[in-house]
Design a protein around this ligand. Structure first.
Ligand code: ADP
Ligand code: ADP
Length: 223
C-alpha cells in the first residue's frame, strides 16, 4: 500500500465535502476516482496529495502520516515525491514550454542548465518536438496539456495526481493525453490517481472507485 486515507472528514464552512472517506491505493496502480460533480473527488485528491488537511481522519503515504506533518514538510514531500496535472494545465503563460517543464526541478534546487537539459527529452517523448521555445500561452490546448503532463512527470514522481486532466480537451486530444499519461506512468511504475467524471477516461485505470456524498464506495483492496 503506497497511499491510504482513513475516515476523512472535511467541511468548507457549513458544506461537508468528505464524510468518512476511506481509500487504499497500491504502488504502481492506476486508479480512477469517479462520481458526480460536488461529491468530494477533488477534495479527496487534495487530501491524499497533502495539499489539504482533513479535520479528522488520517492520510498515510509510504509509512509517513501526511496530515500531521507541518506545512513545510508536506510541501517538501509534494515537491520531492509527487507530480501534479490539473484540468487547465496551469502553465505560466509568459514562460516558454521548456521553462514550464523545468519549473519543478528549479523549485527542487536543480540548477537552470541541468533542469532545462532534463526537461528537453520530454518534448520528444510526448510528441512536442520543436515546441520547447514556444511561449506556453501560444500553445494549443492539447499541446499545453502535454506540456503540463511533462511538468508533472519530469521529477520522476512516485505518485502522479491528475484532476480532470482531459477535462478541457476534445475527445481525440484527450485520448492522446491519456495514452501518454498512462504509458509513461506504467513505464516508470508511477502510481496514478486520476479524478474524472468521464467513463472513457476511467477506462484507462486498473480500478475505479466512486465517491458519493463524501464517501468512497469500495475503499478497501482485496488481499
Ligand atoms: P468534486 O471534485 O467531486 O466536484 P469537490 O471536492 O470539488 O467535488 O467539492 C466537494 C464539496 O465541497 C462541494 O459541495 C463543493 O462545492 C465544496 N467545496 C470544494 N472546495 C471548496 C472551497 N474551496 N470552498 C468552499 N466549498 C468548497
Ligand atoms: P479543481 O479541482 O477545483 O478543478 P484544481 O485541481 O485545478 O481545482 O486546483 C487545485 C488546487 O491545488 C489549486 O488551488 C492549485 O493552486 C493547488 N495546487 C496545484 N498544484 C499544487 C502543488 N504542487 N502543491 C500545492 N498546491 C497545488
Amino acid at each position: 500500500m503506497i497511499l491510504e486515507a482513513r475516515d476523512l472528514e472535511l467541511s468548507f464552512g457549513a458544506t461537508p465535502a468528505l464524510r468518512g472517506a476511506a481509500l487504499q491505493i497500491k504502488a504502481g496502480e492506476v486508479l480512477a476516482i469517479m462520481g458526480p460533480s460536488g461529491s468530494g473527488k477533488s477534495t479527496l485528491l487534495h487530501c491524499l496529495a497533502g495539499i489539504l488537511v482533513p479535520s479528522s481522519g488520517e492520510v498515510w503515504f509510504d509509512g509517513t502520516r501526511l496530515d500531521t506533518l507541518s506545512e513545510e514538510k508536506r510541501s517538501a514531500l509534494r515537491r520531492d515525491r509527487f507530480g501534479f496535472v490539473f484540468q487547465f494545465g496551469q502553465l505560466v503563460p509568459e514562460l516558454t514550454a521548456v521553462e514550464n517543464v523545468a519549473l519543478p526541478l528549479l523549485l527542487a534546487g536543480v540548477r537552470r542548465a541541468a533542469a532545462v537539459k532534463q526537461a528537453e527529452p520530454w518534448f520528444e517523448r510526448l510528441g512536442l518536438e520543436g515546441l520547447g521555445n514556444r511561449r506556453s500561452g501560444e500553445l494549443s490546448g492539447g499541446q499545453a496539456q502535454r506540456v503540463a503532463l511533462a511538468r508533472g512527470l519530469v521529477t520522476g514522481p512516485e505518485v502522479l495526481f491528475a484532476d480532470e486532466p482531459t477535462g478541457a480537451l476534445d475527445s481525440l486530444t484527450g485520448e492522446q493525453v491519456m495514452d501518454l499519461l498512462v504509458d509513461n506512468a506504467r513505464e516508470h511504475g508511477t502510481t496514478v490517481i486520476l479524478v474524472t467524471h468521464e467513463a472513457r477516461v476511467a477506462a484507462y485505470a486498473d480500478r475505479e472507485v466512486v465517491v458519493r456524498d463524501g464517501r468512497v464506495n469500495s475503499p478497501v483492496l482485496a488481499p
